[in-house]
Ligand binder design. Structure first.
Ligand code: FMN
Length: 365
């Protein structure tokens, strides 16, 4: 399966084109719209999300609610379209440190930082979530479930969670996507205080996939390792700055005997006492929960003054403030769920075939 995303933040739409998805799969479009709404939600988002009300439009590949094997085109229209405002005289010449402005303009030889932000903006993740929702639905049909939740915002952390799937309702109804409503007030006052201070916040979210068969990925080549594919995909989320799988960075401080997940046989099935490996050994899924954690830096656009340069005059200037979110961890966790679904769906189809559902059921179930 191949996927191509396109679209700018203030042009007509963001788009996903998916080629190689099996025919004969019944798509719940309402579910895609629900997932898009979850990406827009969450405490700490800015005014842009009040303008948009994302809905998916299907341009190809799905007829009467069923995939037909041809490329699927999913379109999410922008409401905040700025057709008239691209006058070169209005160009922005002061980059925001921390955003893609300076590095992106250098790469593409652009003299208007607005043109970089159009695609570098996380608006593109709406098309990832539309596609990710389709993949999540497919995975659910074959018995793989995914859940994402926020573990920390700034220095406010949730406690240890034994089983996030049991807490799914709590997570999905929380404005912070946390399983622990006891710390919602603390998170809320942190976000409010930070906003008041003209600043922003980062944090950590976790994504868990359950029911994934052993055997996805491969140790044969680095780019076929499931852990490498997940790390690359999660690092692709704007503002992601760290990814760990299972015990991750903590594993560096463990001994081998403490790290290894001992095996037992129960009713003909392998059972592990622990899951420090996060469901992947040697780059291959081992049948346990796949656990990925991702650290996000604080949003780069802040009202506080950050030193920058006006490239028109080559003189010092303050970084401009452009309408921005204060904290996007809840949205990022929804995006993370899509990213996990995308990688697992690709790997699953590679192993079990991707022509039609009938064939996949025969190969897998
Ligand atoms: C859902 C989401 C919303 C975001 N909203 C903003 C925003 O309003 N303003 C901003 O400056 N950055 C925002 N970011 C972060 C930037 O997109 C990101 O920092 C930028 O593209 C530079 O990439 P890097 O941080 O990975 O280096 C957002 C990220 C995500 C995932």
């Amino acid at each position: 399966m191949r996927i191509l995303y396109s679209g700018e933040s203030h042009m007509e739409a963001v788009i996903a084109v998916i080629e190689g998805f099996p025919a004969g799969f019944h798509v719940d479009v309402g579910r895609i719209n629900r997932d898009l709404a979850m990406r827009q939600d969450g405490y700490g988002r800015g005014d842009r999300m009040k303008i948009e009300s994302d809905r998916v439009e299907i341009y190809s590949g799905i007829i009467n609610g069923m995939t037909i094997g041809s490329p699927i085109t999913l379109v999410v229209r922008n409401k905040d379209v700025r057709r008239e405002s691209w006058n070169p005289e209005d160009r922005r010449t002061i980059p925001r440190p921390g955003h893609a402005d300076f590095a992106g303009a250098t790469k593409y030889g652009l003299d208007d930082f607005r043109l970089v932000a159009e695609r570098a903006s996380a608006r593109q993740t709406a098309s990832w979530v539309a596609a990710g929702s389709l993949f999540t639905q497919f995975l659910e049909e074959i018995g793989i479930e995914i859940i994402a939740f926020v573990e920390s915002i700034g220095d406010v952390k949730t406690g240890h969670i034994e089983d996030p799937f049991v807490l799914k309702e709590k997570i999905e109804s929380s404005p912070f996507r946390i399983p622990d409503p006891g710390i919602e007030d603390e998170m809320k006052s942190l976000v409010d205080r930070t906003k008041e201070d003209g600043d922003s916040l980062g944090g950590v979210f976790c994504v868990v996939a359950r029911g994934c068969p052993a055997g996805l990925g491969s140790y044969n080549h680095p780019d076929r390792r499931l852990d490498a594919m997940l790390a690359s995909a999660f690092m692709g989320i704007p503002s992601a700055k760290g990814v760990e799988i299972g015990a991750g960075f903590k594993s560096a401080g463990l001994t081998g005997s403490g790290m290894n997940d001992g095996m037992e046989m129960h009713d003909g099935k392998v059972v592990r006492k622990t899951n420090n490996a996060g469901g992947i050994e040697g780059g291959v899924s081992n049948g346990e929960d796949i656990i990925v954690r991702c650290a996000a830096k604080p949003i780069p656009t802040v009202r506080r003054k950050i030193p920058s340069i006006d490239f028109n005059t080559e003189t010092p200037a303050d970084s401009p403030y452009i309408r921005a979110d204060v904290c996007v961890l809840p949205a990022m966790s929804v995006i993370g769920e899509s990213v996990m679904a995308t990688v697992l769906c690709k790997s699953f189809l590679e192993r079990y075939g991707c022509d039609n559902m009938e064939l996949i059921r025969r190969n897998f179930l």
